[in-house]
Design a protein around this ligand. Structure first.
Ligand code: ADP
Length: 597
């Protein structure tokens, strides 16, 4: 099989053609030879029986014979005239007379009862066979028949034998001529088939060569040297195909070059990981960032950045997390926003945005706010102190003056609350919690917050349903978590009418605990919902001020929750209700090795 597979295309066609030719000539040839042979045998057999009839007739006319010797003489005489051997055999097989054997040797001839033709004649009356005669050393055709001789009690067997070699010689002559003609036809067909195959093979090899060249990027036009119409058309088609491939290759190469130029010159760092998590490609920005010019490929992110956070994020995305992003401080005051995206075919794309300038400006702004708040705190404390002294001291004021002092006191308190919240907010934004974070019981934090707020609730006759079944372990900063619960409860009480209920619930979801504070207050219209976590964003400015709000409570909650690795959001009205709002926030559960992601 491998032999055929490694043969040239033309040789395979030739081999197939010759096999077909041999079968086409050989099978009819063999069939004709054997049909002819059978025909000849049949004709010879018929002739032998005709001759046997004649001899039998002669013998019948010649009898009676006095002895075996008389028969033998008669056989010898007629056999000579007729040109074939005549034998007379007794039913037991003993030879009584034989034309081709001298009379004195006849008695010594072996028993003929088992000669095929004799055996058949004894059984059925007539018999014939073709075989080699050991007596005469050539092929003979024998015909035998039972016949009755006067003076002989039981029927004898009369047998004649004619040479079969003549028939054989003729047959062989026919066969020789037949194969001679066939050999000539075969030789002619061989020559012609080689000639035509070579002609047909040549354009096929030209096509193979053209396509091989196209594969190596040689798109120059070429024509197949052949007068066949199909090959002419085929070479036209191949040229068209070469043009199209050339155009596409050119476009792809150009686009690839353009893309490479863009990626190489981007200020953002781009890093491509293969499915094993090793670096496949980086752009210039990443090389500069990691200081690994030209030698990043094939390494792990850890090897070039020496940073656990990047390696951890890459491992997570390679392991199946579709997206991941975090802020990376590579060195002091150098910040990168890192975005990781899984590639469907395996591997990941990592993009580094330098946000150092943005962070610097944010810090300047935060410092400014913190400084202003700080600067305002002392004069405000002083104003508050003096006003309180004036109001509670032994001074006499007109009613108007007293009312002015009370307004000053109220506004100074409000300003002081704003300054406190601003300082709190800048502190939250400045320092991430990572150092203070630990495993905290959220239910205990809620109890602490609700106890502080309880006088306010009692004042408005509001019931707090605490459905948090403690302890609820979360990853958090304890005072920040108490502040978050406190702010949400404070809002729920301040904005709800008297006598309603507030419910606190928690639920577990994929490694997180989600807390919900639900109230029956006025709710928040849809258009405000996306903005209420911004600083100083108030739905109704007057209502907020009236209730003593600073406009910073939810912003503090948002920053505190984000700092603890969670998220905050709200729903108003809550599912299945017509009024009120629910504030949700999530916190991570502490790491538990038995817990499945
Ligand atoms: P404030 O100090 O004004 O309450 P917050 O940041 O705490 O500031 O809240 C922002 C705004 O969101 C509030 O001014 C108020 O209009 C709205 N808000 C907050 N909580 C609730 C609540 N539970 N029900 C209705 N409105 C609320």
């Amino acid at each position: 099989m491998t032999g055929i597979k490694t043969m040239r295309f033309g040789s395979r066609i030739l081999a197939a053609f010759w096999i077909v030719l041999l079968v086409a000539i050989g099978i009819p040839g063999v069939y004709i030879y054997y049909s002819l042979k059978n025909d000849f045998i049949e004709t010879s057999r018929k002739a032998a029986f005709e001759n046997l009839d004649f001899v039998e007739w002669l013998a019948a006319r010649q009898q009676p014979f006095a002895s075996d010797k008389d028969i033998d003489e008669w056989c010898a005489r007629f056999a000579r005239q007729l040109g074939f051997r005549i034998t007379v055999i007794e039913p037991g097989g003993r030879v009584a007379a034989d034309s081709d054997v001298a009379w004195n040797e006849v008695a010594g001839m072996e028993n003929h009862a088992y000669r095929e033709e004799v055996k058949t004649a004894l059984r059925t009356g007539t018999g014939s066979s073709i075989r080699y005669s050991d007596t005469l050393h050539r092929h003979l055709i024998y015909a035998a028949r039972q016949f009755t001789l006067a003076n002989y009690p039981s029927p004898m067997i009369l047998r004649i034998a004619m040479p079969f070699s003549e028939v054989e010689t003729r047959l062989n002559e026919y066969a020789r001529q037949f194969w001679l003609i066939n050999a000539f036809i075969f030789a002619l067909a061989l020559g012609l088939s080689i000639y035509f195959t070579r002609r047909f093979e040549s354009p096929v090899y030209q096509i193979i060569e053209r396509i091989r060249k196209i594969g190596t990027g040689d798109f120059t036009h070429g024509y197949i040297a052949d007068d066949g119409r199909e090959f002419h058309q085929l070479s036209g088609n191949i040229n068209e195909m070469a043009d199209r491939i050339s155009l596409q290759v050119e476009t792809i190469t150009r686009q690839k070059y353009e893309l490479a130029v863009i990626i190489e010159n981007m200020r953002e760092g781009i890093l491509l990981l293969d499915k094993t998590g090793r670096i496949k490609a980086v752009n210039h920005a990443v090389e500069a960032l990691a200081g690994c010019r030209g030698s990043c490929v094939g390494k792990t992110p850890m090897e070039i950045f020496l940073n656990n956070e990047i390696q951890g994020a890459c491992d997570a995305v390679i392991a199946g997390t579709p997206e991941y992003s975090f802020t990376l401080e590579l060195e002091e005051d150098v910040f990168y926003e890192v975005y990781l995206t899984a590639i469907p075919e395996g591997g990941a794309l990592v993009v580094f945005y330098n946000v150092s300038e943005q962070k610097r400006l944010e810090k300047i702004r935060r410092d400014f706010v913190a400084n202003v708040s700080h600067e305002l705190k002392t004069p405000l404390t002083s104003i508050k102190g003096y006003v309180e002294t004036l109001l509670s001291g032994p001074f006499s004021f007109t009613d108007d003056a007293k009312s002015f002092l009370q307004t000053i006191h109220k506004n100074a308190n409000h300003m002081s609350a704003i300054v406190d919240d601003l300082l709190q907010l800048t502190r939250l934004q400045d320092k991430p919690f990572s150092k203070q974070m630990g495993t905290v019981d959220a239910a205990a934090c809620f109890t602490a917050a609700s106890e502080t707020i309880m006088p306010m609730a009692l004042e408005k006759n509001i019931t707090i349903h605490n459905q948090l079944k403690g302890p609820i372990a979360v990853k958090a900063d304890e005072s920040a978590l108490i502040r978050v619960f406190g702010n949400l409860l404070d809002n729920a009480i301040r904005y709800s009418p008297e006598g309603v209920a507030i419910t606190a619930r928690s639920m577990t979801e994929a490694g997180k605990i989600i807390f919900a504070i639900e109230d029956e207050g006025p709710g928040i219209a849809r258009q405000h919902q996306s903005r209420i976590f911004e600083r100083f964003y108030r739905v109704e400015k007057e209502r907020s001020r009236f209730t003593g709000g600073t406009g910073l409570g939810l912003a503090i909650c948002k920053n505190a929750v984000a700092g603890m690795g969670g998220e905050i959001w709200m729903q108003s009205p809550p599912g299945g209700k017509t009024q009120g709002s629910t504030f949700f926030f999530s916190l991570l559960q502490p790491y538990n090795p038995e817990q499945k992601e």
